[in-house]
Design a protein around this ligand. Sequence first.
Ligand SMILES: NC(=O)c1ccc[n+]([C@@H]2O[C@H](COP(=O)([O-])OP(=O)(O)OC[C@H]3O[C@@H](n4cnc5c(N)ncnc54)[C@H](O)[C@@H]3O)[C@@H](O)[C@H]2O)c1
Length: 264
Amino acid sequence: MANLNGDVALVTGAAGAIGYEICRALRDAGARVAAVDIDESALARAVANLGGGDDIESFVADLTDDEQTEALPASVRDRFGALDILVNNAGARQVAPMLDITSAAWRRTLEIDLVAPFALSRAAIPAMIEQGRGKIVNIASMAGLAAFRDRAAYSAAKAGLIMLTKVTAVEYGQKGIWCNAVAPGVVETPMTTSFFESEDMTASIRANTPMGRWCQPEEIAQPVVFLSSRASDYINGTVLPVDGGWTAGYAGAELSPPRIGASR
Ligand SMILES: NC(=O)c1ccc[n+]([C@@H]2O[C@H](COP(=O)([O-])OP(=O)(O)OC[C@H]3O[C@@H](n4cnc5c(N)ncnc54)[C@H](O)[C@@H]3O)[C@@H](O)[C@H]2O)c1
């Protein structure tokens, strides 16, 4: 198991299903956690469910607001004295055919899924360089690796996040910055509740996934701990699909593309 030895981790979207499990797993591995979310009451509940304590603190912020985002690294350093790990996990997704996506909705998706991780990385990297090292883990999606119907904005944002991950590693690797991405497949969370209401959908997920199943949020959290730890010190600028093998089989296994989510 990785030992994070008191490292300080800033996790965004900490009140969400995957963010919560990332906070729990990082803490179990010995990290101190700055839990960030826009939803104040859900964040308070999440931190209480994690047992509270000196090694976890809530920070309420809207990551689409540059001022609030840019203030976060300094607030975290004021509270914990360091910032060693940044997990850009907050995200949002719209499921709609491309022709039905308004420019406002497109911008909103890109704001939270791509601009916010960029702005927060830009704010955190100088502090990490000053400390001598820092690890960034971006939560992308298999929808950033392969094209799925009805996810134009989300897929474009996540593909952009994957490329931001690589550029960050290339630009700042020699200054002690690691930046890697995790690309989850289908995870059972409130974001995907609708998937599990349809037998066709669950059958399609099983058929498209070599592991024959979807996953639980804690199965995304463990790879994040690995990429936050010294165990991954020779891994930089990569994207790790945590998708049960879905994208490995996608190109060759089926001639017809997999369908997930609503479509017209
Ligand atoms: N659930 C899946 O199947 C799946 C698959 C692939 C990738 N992902 C990615 O994993 C990440 C977490 O997903 P989840 O399923 O836990 O989602 P979720 O909706 O449960 O959690 C997202 C969290 O982000 C927070 N958030 C949204 N906008 C924000 C803002 N402007 N400022 C601050 N916080 C904000 C929300 O309040 C929420 O707590 C997302 O980036 C998502 O795209 C999820």
